[in-house]
Each structure stands twice: as C-alpha cells, then as structure tokens.
Design a protein. Structure first.
Ligand code: SAH
Length: 565
C-alpha cells in the first residue's frame, strides 16, 4: 500500500535505471538501486501490475554498486546507470537485448557480449536547453520526465569545453539582452545551444532561437573570440510552441558551413541538422562490424543504405566497385552525403543519394543500379514501417544488416522478417551510450541460404528420412557457430552415403547437455518415451567432453521434413 515501508532484494535493473524487487507477488520499481541491493523502500504509487517505491536506506549494498562521479546524476535524466559498475552495465545491456528477442520476437538468437570502449567523456555532441532563472539565463539538462533544468558545471559524458561555452553564452545573453526562451509565455530568444565537436576538437555551434535578433551576431563574435575552437556559428529559428528542438530555418551566421570529421579512415562533412553518431570511437567499431557482416557472394555488389544520414555507413562499407544507394529524409544530410561521396573519391556513376522516405529506397536503387544484394537499415527508435519491411523482403537481398538503437523494435521487426524467411543467428550489442540505458544492436538477416553438412548413423538418418518429428543434438563448435533457423542441413548416412536435406525449424541453445536435457521437452520434440527412458545426458559425453560443451555450448536442432538431394 502507498506509504508502506518494504524491504526488498533487487533482482534486475530496467534500461531506465529502476531496480526491480519482488515481494508477496508484487513487483516494485525503485530508482537508484541495482541487482543485489537489499534495501528499505517507501511505496510511492501502487498500480495493478507493478508499484513504484523510493529508496530510503540500503541495508546491504550490491557488489555492482559504485559511488557516482557526478553530483547531479540523481536529478538529471541523463545517466540511468551512473551508480552501477561499468562491467555490470555491459551485462545489463546484453540482457536487455536477450530479453527483447525472447519476449517480443520469441526468436532464439545468440546475443554476444556487449562491445565497448571509451565509457567517459565520449559524447561529441550536446543539446543544452536554456531558461531564465531569477532574471538570469541558465542552461543544463532536463530533469527526468520534466522540462525543469538541472544546472551543472561539467558533465562526465562529454568534454568540459561544452559546458564552458554554454556558461559563457548565458553570460553574454544577459549582457546583450537576449533572454532565454520561456516555454510557458513563449517570450524570450535563446532556446537551445547545440554543439558538435570533431576529433581535432573543432566545434560547430548552432543556437536555436525563438526569433531572429540583431545582437545574435555580437554574441557569436564574442563567443568565437573567447573560444577559438568554435569554427562556425549557425542559427536555427524555431517559432513553434512544442518541445521539438529544431525549427525549419537554419542559416550560417559566422565561420564554417559544416564540421569535418574522420571515421574508419574516411572524411565526412556534417551540417548542424544532419545526424552524426555521438560516440566516434564506438561508431568506428560498429561500422567495421557492419562491414564484416555485409560480405557478399559477388565481386561488386549493389548496396542500399536506408536511413543513411550523411552517408557514413554506406561510404565506410561499400568498396570502390560496389554500387551504393543511400536514402534519407533530411535534405541537409543528403547534401552532406553527396559531398562525402566525392570527398572519399567515390565514382559518381556508382553512387546515388536520394532524399525521401525509406519506403522508396528499393525502387530508387533498382531504377539506377538494379536489385540490391545487400540492404543496410539504421532507423530511428521506432524501427521499420511495415511498408519498408515489405519492399526490403520483396527485393530479396542476400543479406540485411539491421543496426538498431532500440532492442524492442529491433526484435519486433526481426519477428516480421522471420515470417518471410529472413533469420539472424546472432546479435551484437554495441555500447555507444555508456552510463545511459541506451544500447545499439547489430544483426545480419539472411535467407535459408547457409548450408551445413552433418553425418548420421543409420537409425537417426532413417528417422529424419521418414519425416518424423525429430531433433538433432550437437555441439555448437566453430563449424556450427553461424547455424540459424531457416538454414539447410545436408545429412549423410554414414553406412551408405545416402544424402537428404532438411531445414532448421527451431534452434535451442544451452550451455551443456545436462541443461538441455533438463530444459527441453524432448518428448514433444520428437524423442519417444522408450528412447528417453534409458537416455542420460552423460551419454553425450562419449561424443563431446564436458570441457568442449562448456567452451562452445550445445544445440538442439528441430527440423522440417526432409527433401531428397
Ligand atoms: N546511418 C546514419 C544515420 C542513422 S540515424 C548514421 O549512422 O550516421 C537515422 C536516420 O534516419 C536519421 O538521419 C534520420 O533523419 C533518418 N530518418 C528518419 N525517418 C526517416 C524516414 N522515414 N525515411 C528515411 N530516413 C529517415
């Protein structure tokens, strides 16, 4: 009941940073707690399915708990995991992805450990909201689920120069009678300061204002005089009364038109309005992984990069001989992409960047280059529209590389792709946003294309041949690491060399045969009671040692009825 004090043991953490505790059949969400904490909490709100409680006292702290290195992280909405050790955060992120696939997609996909680097001061971009406080302009981050500004002097997610520039902007705003915008009254000028920094530490500043004002030039000049790192100042005019940051009009007030940065050895020009990954070190790892997944069966491929932003992924992934088509909704980003193709010596004949909705991508690509072999998609959090999935599937590419910033919509979309025969065998989380609850995930979907071979003794071969429901148990060694639902297996009868082909219907992964025997309903999967009567998981040790099982893991492969080869 509300206002009760309860003692909870925290058993998990949500991506929003709430610890989860269970008591008497009820689920409690408690901010600032972590798995393993035993704590006393005050019940704040009771809902039907769960309740919210506030941490009052930690009775026994978790081994994953650390002291946050930020004084305002409790109030600020930025870092859900600042009180949690980084190693455990990576585990939590891997788990978020695992749970999304299991619960939403009901697909059995191996989730690799979270790839990481660079957990502090990694952000190359900030978007500070401004507000008036007692007659003075201030800046900061919004508090959780509110538009109240939490002020700060520095932030461990990014370089201190960003907050120094914002602080000086606030000081100048006061001196130049450029008050911060007030959401309630709609009065005032400065709404946001958006800054982006490249690896050479050059900064492009875009001030979002409610209206144009002649003193903005003076502000820009004073800022660049004090901070030579600022190579350009742009103004974006946003007259709307909602909470979208940017308005429609952007113009350059002073200095450079774009910011130039390097990723994977390529050069990219980025406008203030174009999307650019906020963590360059990790973006390189992500793009390299995407490139390794986008392997093709031919010398020169047709690559379609949907949601391409400034063209970064496509330009990093495509070889000189490949045809590259990128599609993106923001005009300024497509202009950047076209320039970036030239900057990186891409042949114009092999390159096309189109401004439009992702759903027109396949058709635009087909008109110029023919059917795409490889399609890369990198949509915003809401994932792919049904029409985009339909056009992608219809194009029948060899591979679809899906880069996602939301595991839930990724899992939802993978389930739709699976209905059309596209499956992924593994997913890799990338920690592009350390200390926050966000995680990026990459999967590669392909059709039943991959073919595996397996030898069988006479009796299991006969069983598969007769089309009985059956399941093959194997070690998940290097040879079979890529096996996935929808793959084809060619079985050979050891005694006479006869061959038949069957398709993997479902794949069950376990850490050992002991666990497999315990967890899989083998009776339902095709084993008879008679066979199971005397069977014991230790029998499998004759074929695969306990060490091998531990090293690789094991699989149960359910099969669709076979075809003769
Ligand atoms: N692949 C790029 C950008 C990814 S972010 C990179 O790695 O840098 C997602 C991009 O999708 C943004 O640039 C956004 O402007 C674009 N976008 C959003 N909705 C879209 C739509 N309906 N059609 C095409 N692009 C869209």
């Amino acid at each position: 009941m509300k206002n009760d004090i309860v003692t909870l043991e925290i058993t998990d953490v949500t991506p929003e940073g709430y610890g989860i505790g269970r008591l008497d059949g009820k689920v409690y969400f408690v901010a600032d707690t972590v798995t393993g904490d035993i704590c006393s909490c005050l019940v704040l709100k009771e809902l039907k399915s769960h309740s919210f409680a506030k941490l009052i006292e930690i009775i026994k702290p978790s081994e994953h708990r650390i002291t946050p290195n930020c004084t305002v992280c409790r109030q600020c909405g930025g870092c859900a995991y600042r009180h949690i050790s980084y190693e455990y955060e990576l585990e939590l992120k891997r788990n978020t992805v695992k749970q999304a696939f299991a619960r939403i997609a009901k697909l059995d996909i191996a989730v690799n450990p979270t790839v990481s680097d660079n957990p502090e001061h990694y952000r190359n971009k900030v978007q500070y909201p401004f507000a008036q406080n007692n007659g003075y302009a201030t800046f900061g981050y919004y508090a959780k689920r509110s538009h109240r500004i939490v002020e700060h002097k520095s932030c461990p997610l990014q370089d201190k120069i960003f907050s120094d520039i914002a602080a000086y902007t606030a000081e100048l705003a006061d001196r130049l009678s450029l008050p911060a915008y007030d959401e309630e009254s709609g009065k005032g000028v400065i709404r946001h300061a958006v800054m982006r920094k490249n690896r050479k530490n050059q900064i492009l500043l875009c001030l979002v204002v409610a209206k144009k004002h002649r003193n903005l030039s003076l502000l820009a000049e004073a800022l660049t005089a004090k901070f030579p790192a600022i190579i350009g100042v742009h103004i974006n005019v946003n007259t709307r009364r909602d909470n979208v940051i940017f308005g429609d009009e952007t113009y350059r007030l002073l200095g450079s038109e774009t910011l130039t940065d390097m990723l994977c050895g390529k050069t990219f020009e980025i406008s203030p309005r174009a999307f650019y990954q906020v963590n360059a070190v990790m973006a390189e790892k992500l793009y390299s992984h995407a490139a390794s997944l986008a392997k093709r069966d031919c010398e020169s491929a047709v690559i379609l990069d949907l949601y391409c932003g400034a063209g970064t992924i496509g330009i990093c992934v495509a070889g000189k001989e490949d045809k590259l088509c990128g599609v993106e909704i923001i005009d300024a980003a497509i202009e950047n992409a076209r320039t970036n193709a030239l900057l990186n010596q891409r042949n114009e004949k092999n390159t096309l960047f189109v401004c439009g909705d992702a759903s027109v991508g396949v058709e635009e690509c087909r008109k110029k280059f023919g059917k795409p072999n490889i399609i890369i998609v990198d949509p915003p959090r809401k994932g792919l529209d049904k029409t985009v999935i339909e056009t992608v599937v219809k194009a029948s590419p060899e591979r679809i590389v899906y880069i996602s910033c939301d595991p839930a919509t990724l899992a939802r979309d993978c389930a739709v792709f699976a209905e059309s025969g596209y499956f992924a065998s593994e997913a890799t989380p990338f920690d592009l946003f350390p200390r926050t609850g966000h995680v990026e995930t990459v999967v590669c979907l392909s059709k039943e294309g991959e073919i595996h071979t397996m030898k069988l003794d006479r009796s299991p071969f006969e069983k598969i041949k007769s089309g009985q429901k059956t399941i093959e148990l194997r070690l998940l060694d290097e040879k079979r690491r890529s096996i996935k639902e929808g793959d084809v297996i060619i079985f050979t009868d050891n005694s006479n060399g006869e061959r038949l082909k069957a398709t993997v219907k479902k794949l069950h992964r376990f850490e050992s045969f002991e666990q497999l025997y315990k967890s899989l309903p083998l009776l339902k999967c095709g084993y008879t009671a008679e066979e199971l009567g005397s069977a014991h998981h230790s029998d499998m040790e004759k074929y695969y040692s306990a060490e091998e099982q531990k090293k690789h893991g094991v699989i149960g492969i359910e099969l669709f009825p076979p075809k003769r080869t």
